[in-house]
Design a protein around this ligand. Structure first.
Ligand SMILES: *Cc1c(COP(=O)(O)O)cnc(C)c1O
Length: 386
């Protein structure tokens, strides 16, 4: 195994950041392509900074986020948070007591860990359902979660969504929707209504997913519940500070359904161009992905076997893509514990600057390079760490 520990992962990430810095110095910002879909833009304007340095700034952006947040999510009252996870935690602290139960319906397990972890923190039990026929509310259920679109972009059907709301309403249990990417994916690509328009009480989205904003959580919902959640968020320091709110405001102004739809169209071309050489490539809603197993499969197809585990192959692939082609994917720069799957998200800002052909050529070349080095653990280590 090449990557054995969290320390190895940190070292690999540090190596990626050094490479990116050197590309920046030699070729400028045009020298690399961040196709992670998690670029975390911060599109504030010069005048915003000046405003933030006054007492008026926070008030101005607070008013703007109320207006833009309601346009994007619906609902009556908006709350900006440090992360989606922070909003989920605030909601659970506000609405769930020890001994209560949280139930969660999602199109495919696993849930984002913030939901079960928040349940555990307040001493609540937690049940997850993927099959609508099995979904039920228990004696002690005090909160229902729906995930609109999972971390892997599996999207709930409108029918299942409405059914969960119906069952929850019949027992008067509030429904919160984790719509981290779903607030855009479900509505723009799958043409579903906004969560609030399908009967949710609260919804939350991530301002860096399928939009060019800073990492943060944007929540909206019915006023009576939002007041309770907001109070807890402030008590525990989970709310977004004014500079983050300013970034969210500008990102919401820039939100481009066209770019998301374009990515949705282009991914078919990319998928078709890759599938001859990578039989395990899969489409995602806004791009393609290559799992560690799929990379191993390509080696096997070419008569090669290796002692490295599959994740190692994916990390090597990601590092070669970055070193030789300036393409940034999550396995190269992700935090320890992030998935090793290679994803190309065509809704990323930088996707506009790189052609499908260039991505395809980079993938083919990277596979050849991987095959060339795979028998030499020392070279592999230097690709990962230096
Ligand atoms: C990304 C994501 C989250 C968490 O967002 P953070 O901003 O990282 O806290 C929660 N749920 C789902 C479904 C996600 O995709």
């Amino acid at each position: 195994m090449l990557i054995n520990s969290l320390v190895d992962e940190v070292n690999r990430r540090d190596a990626s950041l050094r490479i990116i810095k050197s590309i920046l110095q030699n070729n400028g910002r045009e020298g690399f392509y961040d196709l992670t879909g998690l670029a975390g833009g911060f599109p504030i304007l010069t005048e915003d900074k000046a405003l933030l340095e006054t007492y008026a700034g926070p008030a101005v952006f607070e008013e703007a986020i109320q207006i833009l947040g309601k346009i994007h999510l619906g609902g009556e009252h908006v709350l900006a948070l440090n992360r989606t996870s922070s909003g989920i935690l605030a909601a659970v602290i506000a609405l769930v007591k020890k001994g209560d139960e949280i139930v969660h319906f999602l199109p495919k397990s696993p849930a984002h860990p913030s939901i079960p972890r928040s349940a555990e923190l307040v001493g609540a039990t937690y049940r997850e359902f993927e099959d609508i026929k099995e979904f039920e509310i228990g004696e002690n259920t005090s909160l229902v979660f729906i995930t609109g679109s999972t971390m892997d972009h599996d999207v709930i059907t409108k029918k299942d969504f409405l059914r969960v709301v119906e069952i929850s309403k019949s027992k008067e249990i509030p429904v919160i929707v984790d719509d981290a990417s779903g607030a855009r994916l479900r509505t723009i690509v799958y043409k579903q209504p906004r969560a609030m328009d399908m009967g949710a009480d609260v919804t939350i989205t991530s301002t860096d997913k399928l939009m060019d904003g800073p990492r943060g959580g944007l929540m909206s919902g019915k006023s009576d519940i939002m007041i309770k959640i907001k109070s807890k968020a402030h008590q525990f320091g989970l709310e977004a500070q004014p500079p983050l709110v300013a970034g969210m405001v500008r990102a919401l102004e820039n939100l481009s359904p066209e770019r998301i739809l374009e990515a949705f169209g282009n991914k078919h071309d990319l998928y078709n161009a890759l599938k001859n050489d990578f039989s395990g490539v899969k489409e995602t809603p806004t791009g393609i992905m290559l799992t560690p197993e799929a990379i191993n499969l390509e080696l096997n197809h070419r008569g090669l076997t290796t002692d490295f585990n599959h994740d190692d192959l994916a990390y090597l692939f990601a590092m070669l893509l970055l070193r030789n082609h300036g393409i940034i994917t999550i396995p190269a720069v992700g935090m320890p514990g992030a998935s090793a799957t290679i994803r190309i998200d065509l809704a990323s800002n930088d996707a506009e600057r790189i052609s499908t052909q260039k991505i395809v050529d980079a993938f083919k070349d990277t596979l050849i390079q991987l095959i060339n080095i795979i028998d030499d653990p020392n070279i592999c280590k230097s690709v990962l760490y230096y």
